[in-house]
Design a protein around this ligand. Structure first.
Ligand code: SF4
Length: 80
């Protein structure tokens, strides 16, 4: 995925069984090959793992809008 993966979409390299088609191959992205999963990431079910990924995608989404909008927007979303 030369332009990266959009949030909320599965990687195009996942097969119908949810397995990586590139696992063990040199063309697998370095970020994937170096990732060391932690129990917190995996949870106890696929649903918990997917929910963790969704939280990561939300926390790391790019800022949009005019310069400074992300800072003021995120500041207003801070919990009290
Ligand atoms: S390990 Fe990387 S390349 Fe493979 S399916 Fe997951 S995100 Fe895609």
């Amino acid at each position: 995925m030369p332009q990266g993966k959009a949030a909320g979409l599965p990687c195009v390299q996942l097969d119908e069984n949810g397995r990586c088609r590139l696992f063990g191959r040199p063309e697998r992205p370095a970020v994937c090959a170096h990732l060391r999963p932690e129990p917190e990431m995996c949870g106890s079910s696929r649903e918990e793992a997917v929910a963790y990924l969704a939280r990561l995608e939300l926390a790391t989404r790019p800022a949009c809008g005019p310069p400074g909008a992300a800072e003021s927007s995120s500041a207003s979303q801070e919990p009290p």
